[in-house]
Each structure stands twice: as structure tokens, then as C-alpha cells.
Write a protein that binds this ligand. Structure first.
Ligand SMILES: NC(=O)c1ccc[n+]([C@@H]2O[C@H](COP(=O)([O-])OP(=O)(O)OC[C@H]3O[C@@H](n4cnc5c(N)ncnc54)[C@H](OP(=O)(O)O)[C@@H]3O)[C@@H](O)[C@H]2O)c1
Length: 312
């Protein structure tokens, strides 16, 4: 095995020292250097990055691997300065569990009509509404990847009737799966709540436009935890105004931070969270990062590699 070399770290969101400690706990020989402290760029063989600035990779001539510090790779794949190297992403069941927790919270909130009771409390009013049986609630999950499949399975465990939609055929116990563009209208037509868990790619950008939003049953709920640009935000705002979309839980937006003049802020039927449905977890993600470093050193193929041309 050749010498390990250094790993350069860049993220404006994640704590360098926590990541450094977690990674070195797994592989003490690996030197982790913050991007601002690199003195010998030629020693850098790996880059662990979240949204690095344009031109970031140019000075690292001996780079062998780029690790995206998260699950969504849309901010990396379209870049003109992306080196022609294996690009991997984090694939961590604990990250999927955290995401599933957010999705469950949001779906249950609608299924148990919590916004209705919050409003009644404001009056105040003891306003009884008999709870519905969970199997009568049809929930659709768009995107059945690592995060979507986990969330869909958790929704099944709660007794909901769960529909799933992806690019290729999937089989997930208890989930009624469909795939491909032709199946999308029928999928949307049967879901009172949809959860968007697609990656942002050229195919999914603007996928949920006015036409597709109108295919949902009137008053449907939308939960978006993927990327803001998968939904045409103006179309969503209009649909919320007309009542075509009843309620929305939005963790991601076309522009982040969501501009203060966005009409979404003032909408009572919208719950806004600042892009934190799930985050990269140093302790549980470090072993797979280190494993890929060792694979590179041993000349073996890496795991969790993304397909740059496909966009995810
Ligand atoms: N809000 C947050 O805090 C947060 C945190 C992490 C991730 N995310 C977002 O969540 C996204 C999903 O993550 P993941 O790990 O589950 O991704 P993933 O494992 O790559 O899965 C993506 C899923 O989307 C499907 N898909 C892709 N393009 C499609 C298309 N054109 N039509 C239909 N289905 C399509 C894929 O279909 P196939 O199975 O057929 O390939 C797959 O089922 C990430 O890309 C990121 O944007 C958000």
C-alpha cells in the first residue's frame, strides 16, 4: 500500500475539528488539513468537501478522490472545474434515519391534522375531529433511493398506504412502486400527501410544475426535503394561494436562505425549516470515508461513487 497522503477539508456548515477527530479515530495515519491550512498541496490526495468555491481543486495536482460531504451531489456534478476522478458521496443509514424522522413528523402532522388543532387553540376552541385510520391516508414518496426507501418503509410501519415513484423499477415491502415519466400522473393523482426525495438533476429540475401540481388531488399536502428547484416555486406559491395545494412543509428552497420578501413566509399553511431535515454525521460516516481512502491506496474500486453524467 502506498503512503496515505493528506485529506483536505472544506465546508462552511460542518465543524472541521469534529470531522478531523472522527476520521483520525478510524485511521490515525490519515492527516486531515483544513483548506485554509494547506502548505503542501502536492501532498493532498483526497478532498472532503461541501460546496467548495469555484477553482478549489486546481491546486491539488495529486488528488485521487473527491468525497461529497453529504448525500446530495447537485452542487458538485454540474461544475466546470470538477476533476475527472472518482466522486463519492455519503451513504449513511443514520443520516437516512434522521431524514425519515423529519418525514414521519411532517406526514403525521398532516395525517393527525395538527395544524387544524393549533389553529383551534389560538381561538381557543375545543374542536373535536375524529382521527382517520392511517391506511386511509395515501402518501406518495418521489425518489426511492437511500433516503426515500428508508422513509417509505417507516411510513409503511405507521400503517399509511404508501406509493413510491422512481426512475427505475423498485421493490420495497409494503410500498406500491411505480417508475418513469409515464407513471407520474397516475402516481400523483392518488396521493393526498407527497414527499419529494428526488436528487436535483437536469431531469428533475422543475419537474413539479403547474401541470404536475394540478394532477394532485385538490388540497394535497407537499413535503419537500430534496432540493427547492425540483418544484417550480412560483407555481407552488400560486397553488397554495388557490387551495390546489392545501399545506406545505418546506425544508429546501430555490434560493437559500429563503429571501425575506418570499410570500411563503407569511402563509399560515406553510411550515418552513432552514435546510436541516438531515445532516452529515461524523461518527457514523467516517468509517466509510476511511474505507474508500484505503481502497484508493490498495488500488480497489471505491464504494458510493456517483455517476456524474446521470447527475446523482
Ligand atoms: N434536506 C436535507 O437536509 C437533505 C439531506 C440529504 C439529502 N437531501 C436530498 O435528498 C436527495 C435524495 O437522496 P438519496 O440519498 O435518497 O438519493 P439517491 O440514493 O441517489 O436516490 C435518488 C432516487 O431518486 C430517483 N430518481 C432520480 N432521478 C429520477 C427521475 N428523473 N425520475 C424519477 N426518479 C428519479 C432515483 O431513481 P432510481 O432508484 O431508479 O435510480 C432514486 O430512487 C439528495 O439528492 C438531496 O438532494 C436533502
Amino acid at each position: 500500500m502506498s503512503s496515505l497522503g493528506q485529506m483536505v477539508f472544506y465546508s462552511d456548515f460542518d465543524d472541521f475539528n469534529v470531522w478531523k477527530e472522527a476520521l483520525q479515530h478510524c485511521l490515525p495515519e490519515l492527516e486531515i488539513v483544513h483548506s485554509t491550512a494547506v502548505t503542501h498541496p502536492e501532498k493532498v490526495h483526497y478532498a472532503l468537501v461541501w460546496k467548495p468555491p469555484q477553482g478549489f481543486f486546481a491546486r491539488f495536482d495529486n488528488l485521487k478522490l473527491v468525497i461529497n460531504l453529504g448525500a446530495g451531489v447537485d452542487s458538485l456534478v454540474g461544475r466546470p472545474d470538477l476533476p475527472d476522478l472518482p466522486i463519492t458521496r455519503l451513504s449513511d443509514p443514520n443520516m437516512a434515519r434522521m431524514m425519515a424522522g423529519y418525514v414521519l413528523f411532517a406526514v403525521l402532522r398532516y395525517a393527525r391534522e395538527i395544524p387544524y388543532f393549533e389553529q383551534a387553540q389560538q381561538e381557543p376552541a375545543w374542536s373535536y375531529r375524529h382521527p382517520r385510520s392511517p391506511e386511509d391516508v395515501h402518501v406518495g414518496v418521489l425518489g426511492l433511493g437511500e433516503l426515500g426507501a428508508y422513509a417509505a418503509t417507516e411510513l409503511v410501519r405507521q400503517g399509511f398506504t404508501v406509493h413510491g415513484w422512481s426512475r427505475s423499477q423498485k421493490e420495497i415491502e409494503g410500498v406500491c412502486c411505480s417508475y418513469g415519466t409515464a407513471a407520474l400522473p397516475a402516481f400523483l393523482g392518488q396521493c393526498e400527501t407527497i414527499v419529494v426525495m428526488l436528487p436535483l438533476t437536469p431531469e428533475t429540475r422543475g419537474l413539479l410544475d403547474e401541470h404536475h401540481l394540478n394532477l394532485l388531488p385538490r388540497g394535497a399536502n407537499i413535503i419537500n426535503v430534496s432540493r427547492g428547484e425540483v418544484i417550480v416555486e412560483d407555481a407552488l406559491i400560486n397553488a397554495l394561494k388557490t387551495g390546489q395545494i392545501g399545506q406545505a412543509t418546506l425544508d429546501v428552497f430555490t434560493k437559500e436562505p429563503l429571501p425575506l420578501d418570499s410570500p411563503l413566509w407569511a402563509m399560515q399553511q406553510v411550515l418552513i425549516t432552514p435546510h436541516l431535515a438531515s445532516v452529515a454525521l461524523p461518527l457514523s460516516s467516517s468509517p466509510q470515508i476511511v474505507d474508500n481512502v484505503l481502497r484508493i491506496c490498495g488500488g480497489k474500486p471505491v464504494l458510493h461513487q456517483i455517476e456524474v453524467m446521470r447527475g446523482y
